[in-house]
Design a protein around this ligand. Structure first.
Ligand SMILES: C[S@@+](CC[C@H](N)C(=O)[O-])C[C@H]1O[C@@H](n2cnc3c(N)ncnc32)[C@H](O)[C@@H]1O
Length: 476
């Protein structure tokens, strides 16, 4: 982190602004809104500042800057169009150890004014660490559209009830659950709809002594997708950020885990080939027990929980024991890898169907309906097919698939480590032996693979970057 984000209490504190043009006026706007006592030093000021001076928002000293102006301020902004004057202001500010912002001169700044989304008292500040103010503004625009205007009212309402809620729920967990219900449920919806009285009425009901919640938690079975965190659903993201305990396995990208609350307990339950940190029955038991203890449990699984993810077994136990749960689908590896490899699985000129099968080896063989998989005009996607690749190739050819049939292997699809191997059934084993791919790897067999030559769009960067191309990194 290049710059430390902080929110300063500026109520009544002195701020010096040197310069009187439009840029100074924009900076002054936020200072005044934060309650600062603003003094503008400039021989002349623009109309906007003049209006503010006349309405008493700021004090205007109509003269050039003097070194004596610096001392005693909490913040200083240098916004003249004379770089030398701005630099001199910055030098003196540094001498007095006062934070200074210099317009259009990032190197001379000791703080920056971020782009903000203002839902007072809620404020979201965006910084790109001096790299790109334009990008910060773009991000701000996106956030503006995501954060309903009613958030300010919601925060005010929370502030109003804070002490009563604290007195009503002495256990911190009960309190958090209460606030989750209020801030994400019917109360928030009423506020966003402008129905403030109704919102308060619901809170009052919830605070009534006979409205005690029973102490059962819940399990969220969430598909984390194939790796790229941008592929999460909104709902998955919301629940990830809500959970008290996160139970995750190997295929979950580190960047997605980091989205969980910092104080959420994280439990790694493994699931690597032939190396399970915890047996499936133990995982089922763990989920049920944690929820019965009152926790909101996030069971985070790679891809989609219901596609070769054993999600069904896990919620089976929960259903049998009366533990509430919800299932949030994720993008399965076949969809994610195919999209990021430029292979449309059912392009109608090449395939009328797509089949997802497991290529998992059991006792050295793969028990599949090979004649069905060898049908023409069909794409076959093998999950867990890397180790058994020679058997897959051999069986497909033995059941009539041409040795020239295209095949692709997608290693760590959708991440910055994505690599795609393409060949034919007759060449792929050799390619793989020469340069073995890393798991997880998905195998796609079918004529659609040819389309990759034309449709490949995703270029993983050479350097790891956090975000859209975050790799799958086992954290345990
Ligand atoms: C146990 S299955 C889990 C599948 C997961 N539930 C899903 O819907 O994608 C694991 C297999 O999925 C495939 N896989 C999962 N994520 C992948 C990725 N990012 N790239 C390539 N293959 C992946 C690999 O074939 C891996 O062996």
């Amino acid at each position: 982190m290049q710059l430390l984000p902080v929110f300063l209490d500026m109520q009544g504190r002195s701020c010096l602004v040197v310069g009187g043009g439009g840029t100074a006026a924009r900076k002054v706007g936020n200072l005044v809104r934060a309650g600062a006592a603003v003094r503008v030093v400039s021989p002349e000021i623009c109309d906007a500042l003049d209006r503010r001076a006349k309405s008493g928002d700021l004090e205007h000293l109509a003269r050039p800057f003097e070194p004596g102006d610096v001392a005693g301020n909490a913040l200083i902004i240098a916004a003249t169009d004379d770089r030398a004057v701005n630099r001199e202001v910055a030098r003196l500010a540094n001498e007095h150890q006062i934070p200074v912002n210099v317009v259009d001169d990032p190197d001379a700044c000791t703080f920056i004014l971020p782009s903000i989304v203002d839902r007072a008292p809620v404020t979201v500040a965006v910084s790109t660490g001096r790299a790109s103010p334009v990008l910060a503004r773009l991000l701000r625009t996106k956030l503006e559209s995501l954060i309903p205007a009613g958030y300010g009212r919601l925060a005010e309402l929370s502030g109003k009830y804070r002490d009563r809620v604290k007195a009503r729920f002495t256990d911190q967990r009960d309190r958090r659950r209460f606030w989750d219900r209020v801030l994400e449920g019917a109360v928030a919806e009423r506020i966003f709809a402008g129905q403030f009285e109704e919102a308060e009425a619901i809170i009052e009901q919830e605070l009534a002594p006979d409205a005690l919640e029973h102490d059962m938690g819940e399990v969220y079975l969430v598909g984390a997708g194939p790796g790229d965190p941008d592929l999460l659903t909104f709902r998955a993201l919301r629940l990830i950020q809500q959970a008290d305990v996160v139970v995750y396995d190997r295929l979950v990208a580190d960047a997605i885990l980091q989205m969980a609350r910092r104080d959420a307990k994280r439990i790694y339950v493994g699931k690597q080939r032939n190396h399970h940190a915890m047996r499936q029955e133990e995982i089922n038991r763990l989920l049920a027990d944690l929820a019965k203890d009152g926790h909101r449990v996030l069971r985070l699984k790679g891809g989609d929980p219901f596609i070769f993810g054993r999600g069904g077994e896990e919620i089976d136990t929960l259903a049998a024991e009366g533990v509430p749960f919800q299932v949030i689908p994720g993008i399965t590896a076949a969809s994610g890898c195919a999209a990021y490899a430029g292979i449309p699985l059912t392009h109608r000129d090449y395939a009328q169907s797509v089949v997802f099968v497991t290529g998992h080896l059991k006792d050295g063989s793969i028990n599949l309906n090979w004649p069905a998989l060898a049908q023409p005009n069909q794409t076959v996607v093998f999950y867990m097919g890397l180790v058994g690749l020679p058997i897959i190739v051999e069986q497909l050819m033995a059941h009539g698939v041409s040795a020239d049939m295209p095949i692709a292997l997608v290693q760590q699809g959708t991440t910055h480590l994505q690599r795609v191997y393409t060949g034919t059934l007759s060449t792929i084993n050799e390619l793989v032996s020469a340069d073995p791919p890393q798991p997880p790897t998905l195998v796609i067999v079918g004529a659609v693979v040819e389309l990759r030559d034309k449709l490949n769009w995703f270029r993983p960067p050479d350097e790891p970057v956090l975000g859209a191309t975050t790799p799958i990194v086992p954290t345990a």
